[in-house]
Design a protein around this ligand. Sequence first.
Ligand SMILES: NC(=O)c1ccc[n+]([C@@H]2O[C@H](COP(=O)([O-])OP(=O)(O)OC[C@H]3O[C@@H](n4cnc5c(N)ncnc54)[C@H](O)[C@@H]3O)[C@@H](O)[C@H]2O)c1
Ligand SMILES: O=C(O)[C@H](O)[C@H](O)COP(=O)(O)O
Length: 384
Amino acid sequence: MRILVDANVPGAEACFGPLGELVRMPGREIDAAALCDIDALVIRSITRLDAATLDTAGAQGMRLRFVGTCTIGTDHVDRAALARHGIAFASAPGCNAEAVVDYVLGSLLTLAERQGWRLSERRVGIVGVGNVGGRLLARLSAMGIACLACDPPRAEVEGLEGFETLETLIGECDVLCLHTPLVREGPHATHHLLDARRIAELAPGTLLLNAGRGDCIDGQALRQRLAGQGDISAVLDVWEGEPAIDPALRDLAQIATPHIAGYSLDGKLRGTYQIYAALYQHLGLPRRLGLADLLPPPPLPRLRLQGGLDPDEALRCCLRAVYDVRRDHDSLRRESRRRGMAQGFDACRANYPLRRELSTLTVELGDGAQALAPWLQGAGLSLA
Ligand SMILES: NC(=O)c1ccc[n+]([C@@H]2O[C@H](COP(=O)([O-])OP(=O)(O)OC[C@H]3O[C@@H](n4cnc5c(N)ncnc54)[C@H](O)[C@@H]3O)[C@@H](O)[C@H]2O)c1
Ligand SMILES: O=C(O)[C@H](O)[C@H](O)COP(=O)(O)O
């Protein structure tokens, strides 16, 4: 059996090596020709598998029978075309959701520090309350932070209680976090969900964060609002036109990162493992590995806090000990200036440094720090 795996999929040798010949390729280079002499394909979100690519490969005698994407998002794959060619498909729901929540908390605490506000005093609107948004809602609520949730597809099925409209969130929240998939058609389409009209409605002082998909925001309208009035802030991890993103928007965003919100080692290995499990099931083979076999111990397992820090400062210390979002902002700026936008964007992702999730850190609370326990635990830290 021949398996083609994106070069940016960790744990691939252990998971897929025993099945046969493993071929590695940069995800953006996987095209119809690459699909012709393989039996299984393991990708990430940068490989576009559209009908034209599959039809071209099909006409050349493709024998591909399984495609797995080690990602949450699936908008890069035409699932109907895969089905038409008789190819099984699996994705990795929720695999890196905790990492995205770490990213959101780190970004909010960084802007709180720069702009002089406290996280506990903000009201946060969450748009898209699935694996990512749901975990964000759970962590912020456990910290006692006021949240409003907007998820019309869920509200339709579960009832309106607990859900607000996007207009309410825009009118009432200081922070708006977008965690929606990219859906181009239908009653709940998310393409330009934040369009020019909604961007104009954001109150001065609003912080807009997008870690869903770039096309969920009209980037040109956001750039105009940031450049013109300069009275709102943006944290952007995802962009229209990746990897050749708009340099002006990058410069105007308070935090600008190269689609790495979910890039913890834990999240990536969970994704690999979910696809490993799906492929073995597809082949009717028993699994020999557990996720714990893939995950190394964290480099920083424990930290001790004494009294004296306020809650935001204490959480910032713990978060930055594990993951500092400012590093990713700086590396996008540096690499895109050095190599050009598209190559710099991809270089940051291909050479991404080791990052673990917040939950891998256990915090000991010393004298005077005990009162921080609910806040830190709510944020996702383990307490000794
Ligand atoms: N930046 C990153 O690194 C990163 C990492 C993981 C996921 N993502 C993106 O985030 C998206 C969400 O991830 P998830 O794991 O929470 O997915 P999910 O499918 O578990 O949840 C998505 C939620 O969005 C809701 N939704 C759909 N249309 C909506 C609309 N018009 N308005 C409001 N809500 C709507 C759905 O009902 C669902 O509850 C993914 O599809 C992916 O594109 C990005
Ligand atoms: O959908 C996802 O899971 C994320 O967007 C994913 O982490 C993005 O990483 P990529 O697949 O682009 O390497």
